[in-house]
Design a protein around this ligand. Sequence first.
Ligand code: ADP
Ligand code: ASP
Ligand code: MG
Length: 472
Amino acid sequence: MAKSMLVVKFGGTSVGSPQALSNVAGIVGKVKQDWRRVAVVVSALGGVTDLLREGAAAAGSGDSVKAKRCAETIRKQHRVAIEAGSLDGEVVEAVDACLHELEGLYHAVSVLKEVSPRALDAITSLGERMSIHIVSGYLTHAGTAGVPVEASEFLITDAKFQNASPLMDEVSGCARQVLEPIYRRKAVPVITGFIGATREGVITTLGRGSSDYSAAIIGAALDADEVWIYTDVDGVMTADPRQVPDARSLPSLSYREISEMAYYGAKVVHPKAIRPCVERNIPLRIKNTFNPDHPGTEILANGRKTSGVIKAVTAIRDQTMVTVMGGGMMGVPGIAARTFATVARMGVSVTLITQASSEQSICFSLPASSGKPVHSALEEEFRREIDREDIDAIDLLESCAIVTVIGEGMRKTHGVSGRIFTALGGAGVNAIAIAQGSSECSISMVVTKADETPAIRAIHALLVSEENVASA
Ligand code: ADP
Ligand code: ASP
Ligand code: MG
């Protein structure tokens, strides 16, 4: 019997070339045989969002020639996909209408000489608004009727342009209303990832890389049985395969493990994509568009038992570490609260926090771009304490990375951290600050940029050796 409802999402590389698009059509045709209802969510063609932003920045700084060049590259990329797939006039018209809109938006930005977050959302939304037509065209050509759908029709969000959040209570009803007629025709909706709209119909985006989040939102809204995210690797791996050549794919993870991995830098899934699935207990699967027979990674509430305690190692680059220290801080209430309130006021989110038990220092890391402005704001906030020498210094350590080791089993196993730090010592890596995740399934450390890859590789070697011992 056919299963009920599946959401499949294809990322930029998965729709980035004619060959990839044909694979997508093949995959959707196949899942359609096993599932009664399938919703397809797609990203922009690979590289298009970056180009749209580049053009917007150029237009904003008055460089109309460069903006035009970006638009032209985007046009050609879509043209190649359309021609290779022999897609019909309807697709060409829809894509041309978007390109025309882009021209108008770039022109408006170049006149205003300013790219507001709202304008940038309108501009970058065009990538997904074009790709749905191309993907639907490929599906239809391969015998599965595809219907392009702009998520702005039902994915209602707040008005936080560039980083909007869905208003879930409203999304669910609207999504059903928009998609039901498509299902009645036994067709497959091909929905834009990445975008939504305010109640007034103004386009928003959910943040970079957020098509995964869109898929999870749509899965939750439609009460899907499963959400599958197709990308360009064989599921979630023990480390970023670009950094660790012998990284291997993980058959199974728990929601907690994938949340920590995504939060601490494993780009393979957007960190916000986990929660909508957890809340409705929807299993998530990560699969490879270019190797569709590989089972990929299955993500369930508790995962499945596998060998080894350390599951994976990840990194977040471009971090700055801030240390607020001083003998006079000891026992002075409110220093930590004021420190983090200052950071929060600037709209910056902190990636990692540690505090020495003597209370003589608070140490946290931030994205590098926020380091200097936060430093100035903290000096301002603590001017009096610095003058009174209660606080000795607010230090900045630039060019850092956070390396995180992940595994549910770590909390029940003695000696894991000892082995991790021995491995790091052996590789000559110095951990500048250390924090344990509150879910106790991760340990993070701040290292210098130069130490990042040696740290990742040393921990990965430990992971492999422990796995071998466990399965021997
Ligand atoms: P998509 O365009 O499909 O959303 P992304 O580029 O956002 O794909 O994410 C996939 C990439 O994430 C992979 O190509 C891989 O290089 C990178 N990556 C980083 N860490 C991991 C990991 N632990 N497992 C798998 N891939 C990872
Ligand atoms: N196209 C968007 C981006 O590049 C969303 C995504 O790919 O998930 O950020
Ligand atoms: Mg992605």
